[in-house]
Design a protein around this ligand. Structure first.
Ligand code: GDP
Ligand code: MG
Length: 368
């Protein structure tokens, strides 16, 4: 192999002769001029060094770009065994939120609500709770492959301990990639036994902080509100570690968390915006359905013209019911909306008509 000259290598690496000469100086390589030849090993070492430097620069740039994106509120789902207090906890959280407001609390069920957490210890922020009936939606959302919750609060009644649906909830939450926080509920009851909850969790391979592990188990009472503030702060701390961010300037993307037909209003869909900003007048597609957002209402019952990441709104504007768990995304106009949904419909029909062996074709189809 012909030996490479310095100016040739500089050209190959897309740098000036001066830049390369400086690197060679730093490496202690001797040369007469930029026309000097380099040993093969030297050329290889230079290339490796440059490659590493460029990777490091790219990583730095990517990190800077990520840091430029603002934080977003964590989205939390409450799960657990029947009668362990999921609804009571949601009710308590909703009430405490309304009590803080001055005016009467006429709330609107939009599938999620926000709780503002103020704290003396400096942990302040907003937590978004998914509030869909029975959390069936959460399961169906997960089955469709969408990720909705960043954190799952697993409610365990402290007078009962870990039960079959507790295990199910843990498995679901883990599979969904959510961080787990445990709430040992009904701590106000005399028969509440926190140690049993700890021991039950140990048996599931989950080691509570109290036992030297890293699983947060917060004793709470959804009835009296005891411990709920600690739970909220733990949620915020967990979210902080997750470093959740979303770009409000991106095109709106999110998940349909609920949908229903109202006799008067027509199709009502609850959308959780995960990225970008959704505006009245926007066109969105969700699976095979599309809509033009005619009106948006937030969980406070207020009309909104736009809404950003980690917020849920109920929207008017779909002509047909988009199913819960479907991802929605912004599209520029009606032409795009119609073409994309039509394409999806035809694709589905084609794959339904195709012989069994032809589907699913690849992993992307399996996850669609
Ligand atoms: P879910 O099935 O998980 O939604 O459970 P619920 O919220 O409906 O609660 C089941 C029962 O437990 C209800 O009778 C609640 O009043 C009661 N309950 C829930 N949380 C508490 C609590 O912290 N303390 C006490 N004493 N009772 C509770
Ligand atoms: Mg319930």
């Amino acid at each position: 192999m012909a030996k490479v000259r310095i100016y040739q290598l500089a050209k190959e690496l897309g740098m000036t002769n001066e830049e390369l000469l400086e690197i060679l100086d730093n490496m202690g390589v001797e040369y007469k001029s930029h026309a000097s030849t380099l040993e093969d090993e030297t050329a290889a070492a230079v290339k490796e060094l440059i490659g590493e430097q460029r990777l490091a620069e790219e990583a730095k740039k990517a990190e800077e770009a990520r840091k430029a994106i603002p934080h977003r509120a964590p989205v939390v789902v409450i799960m657990g065994h029947v009668d362990h207090g999921k609804t009571s906890l949601l009710d308590y959280l909703r009430k405490s939120r309304i009590a803080e407001k001055e005016a009467g609390g006429i709330t609107q069920h939009v599938g999620a609500f926000e709780v503002k957490v103020a704290s003396s210890s400096g942990t302040a922020g907003t937590v978004v709770f998914i509030d869909t009936p029975g959390h069936e939606a959460f399961t169906s959302i997960r089955e469709r492959g969408a990720k909705v919750a960043d954190i799952a609060v697993i409610v365990i009644a402290a007078d009962d301990g870990v039960m079959p649906q507790t295990r199910e909830a843990i498995a679901h939450a883990k599979a969904a990639g959510a961080k787990l926080i445990f709430a040992a509920n009904k701590i106000d009851l005399p028969q509440a036994n926190l140690d049993k909850v700890y021991q039950d969790l140990m048996r599931e391979g989950i080691v509570p902080v109290a036992y030297g592990g890293d699983a947060e188990v917060l004793p709470i009472s959804a009835k009296t509100g005891q411990g709920v503030q600690d739970l909220l702060e733990t949620i915020l701390i967990t979210a902080e570690l997750e470093d959740l961010r979303a770009d409000p300037n991106a095109e709106a993307v999110g998940v349909v968390i609920e949908s229903r037909v109202d006799k008067q209003a027509g199709v009502l869909a609850s959308l959780l915006v995960q990225q970008g900003t959704l505006r009245v007048g926007d066109y969105v597609v969700a699976g095979e359905h599309w809509g033009k957002i005619r009106a948006m209402t937030d969980s406070e019952g207020a009309r909104r013209n736009q809404t950003g990441p980690s917020t849920a709104v109920q929207v008017l504007g779909f002509s047909e019911l988009p199913s819960a768990g479907t991802t929605f995304e912004w599209v520029p106009d009606q032409v795009a909306a119609k073409e994309i949904t039509e394409e999806r419909r035809l694709e589905r029909e084609a794959s339904a008509a195709a012989p069994e062996v032809n589907r699913p074709r690849n992993i992307a189809d399996l996850l669609r």
